[in-house]
Design a protein around this ligand. Structure first.
Ligand code: PMP
Length: 441
């Protein structure tokens, strides 16, 4: 047996025995071992321990925006780690990277979003926001404003609050005893939000929470006018609007933040993922200036909410360098331009292949539906998207599916550094994979 085989076998056995994977099938892991053991990455490509190379069509978890192998980010981490790897920001201790990053986020987020609370990821940003908006209303003299309206098919993470806000049933069914006070509106219906407010009473509702484009729920893009209507409803009812830009932030949709497509400024913006392109964990909650001013005026004593890693100097230094790359290399504009290519390719697949139904995308986030019948949208009894992405992986392309409920969907979210040839290559592999699976059925 070659050394390579010995290494693969050793790692596979250790993985099965000791590693409980996030959002993975424990049974499948035991039967087949880890799907891929990755070793390195450059640009839009990743390579496994056997030397097989793949296009990372999902930028891993929608987050490696500047692509793999960026030495600048390694350098930023190294320099900060050597200087001051970590120090806490409790009791108003501070550090330069955290201060500069907070100021930078205030500059690049829309409108008067300007005050930043740091976390280590999207779930922490969500749970922090739920506590902060309730804290805010309590200080303002409205302690009953506690309910949070989120939406069906929403994904907000896996902390107990974030799971409760999530509108994909399967995630909620995984456990019991969720957090109370979350209500799920229909995905793109402003009327559904109005009805909930009427039923529950605006005096009991703290916030409305939404991803500008739902990611894990299937890349669901709102119709024009929806978020403008939501902003108005929130203003009229004294309800805060929380935008979860964890996936859509930092250029993914062809704007720095997706809310900008509809000229809507949320009261609270949640970010993570693309803030460091995944090179190191970091998230943040950004508040509008008015909320910050009210907090300054009304708060007393200590704000008893803070993670050990809130304002982590090394994570913040990497984020600053990452944002600099996004700006210097015009990656937001590249996402917009390459997004047009991606959309063209999706349309081509739809016109060429009988089982590709609806396609949708905005910038470099997109989805296609696998259907048995394009006219009626009828689905195959057995879902084909998972078989197709398995086939694509054999052929050197990593993608992801959404299969909750009756969905049979393939989603796309490549690194923002992708070029036209790489998009064409990605879609050629996908086309071949769909055809191979179609011919087998
Ligand atoms: N919000 C959204 C919109 C997300 O897509 C995710 C992660 N996919 C989260 C929150 C949770 O982020 P994390 O996994 O970093 O906790």
């Amino acid at each position: 047996m070659s050394n390579q085989h010995l290494l693969t076998n050793e790692l596979t056995e250790l993985d099965k025995k000791h590693f409980i994977h996030p959002t993975s099938s424990i049974k499948e892991q035991q039967e087949n071992g880890p799907a891929v053991i990755l070793k390195e990455g450059h640009g839009v490509y990743v390579t496994d321990i056997n030397g097989k190379t793949y296009i990372e069509g999902m930028a891993s978890l929608w987050n490696v925006n500047v692509g793999y192998g960026r030495k600048e980010l390694a350098q930023a981490a190294k320099e900060q780690m050597e200087q001051l790897a970590f120090s806490s920001c409790f009791a108003t201790f501070s550090n330069e990277p955290a201060i500069r990053l907070a100021a930078k986020l205030a500059e690049i987020t829309p409108g008067d979003l300007s005050a930043v609370f740091f976390t280590s990821g999207g779930s922490e940003s969500n749970d922090t926001a739920y506590k902060l908006v309730r804290h805010y209303w309590k200080l303002k003299g409205y302690p009953n404003k506690t309910k949070i309206i989120s939406r069906k098919k929403a994904y907000h993470g896996v902390a107990i609050g974030a799971t409760s806000a999530t509108g994909i049933q399967d995630f909620q069914n995984m456990t019991t005893a969720l957090a109370p006070e979350f209500i799920h509106a229909d995905t793109f219906s402003a009327d559904s939000v109005r009805e909930i407010i009427e039923r529950e009473g605006a005096e009991n509702i703290a916030a409305f929470l939404a991803e500008p484009i739902q990611g894990a729920g299937g890349v669901n893009i709102p119709p024009d006018g929806y978020f403008q209507a939501i902003r108005k409803i929130c203003d009229e009812n004294n309800i805060l609007f929380i935008a979860d830009e964890v996936i859509t932030g930092f250029g993914r949709t062809g704007k720095m933040f997706a809310c900008e497509h509809w000229n809507v400024v949320p009261d609270v913006m949640l970010i993570a993922k693309g803030i460091t392109s995944g090179y190191i964990p970091l998230g943040a909650v950004v508040l509008r200036e008015k909320l910050h001013r009210d907090l300054i005026q009304l708060s007393e004593g200590t704000l008893l909410h803070g993670f050990t890693y809130s304002g982590h100097p090394t994570a913040c230094a990497v984020a600053l360098r990452n944002i600099q790359i996004i700006e210097e290399e015009n990656l937001v504009e590249n996402a917009r331009l390459m997004g047009e290519e991606l959309h063209k390719q999706l349309k081509m697949l739809q016109s060429e292949l009988p089982i590709v139904g609806e396609v949708r995308s905005l910038g470099l986030i997109g989805a296609l539906e696998i259907v048995k019948n394009k006219q009626t949208n009828e689905r195959f009894e057995k879902k084909l998207a998972p078989i197709i992405i398995h086939e694509a992986r054999q052929r050197g392309l990593i993608l992801r599916t959404v299969t909750f409920g009756d969905a049979d969907t393939i989603v796309f979210s490549p690194p923002l550094v992708i070029n036209k040839q790489e998009i064409e290559k990605m879609f050629q592999i996908l086309r071949d994979s769909i055809i191979a699976v179609m011919n087998d059925e």
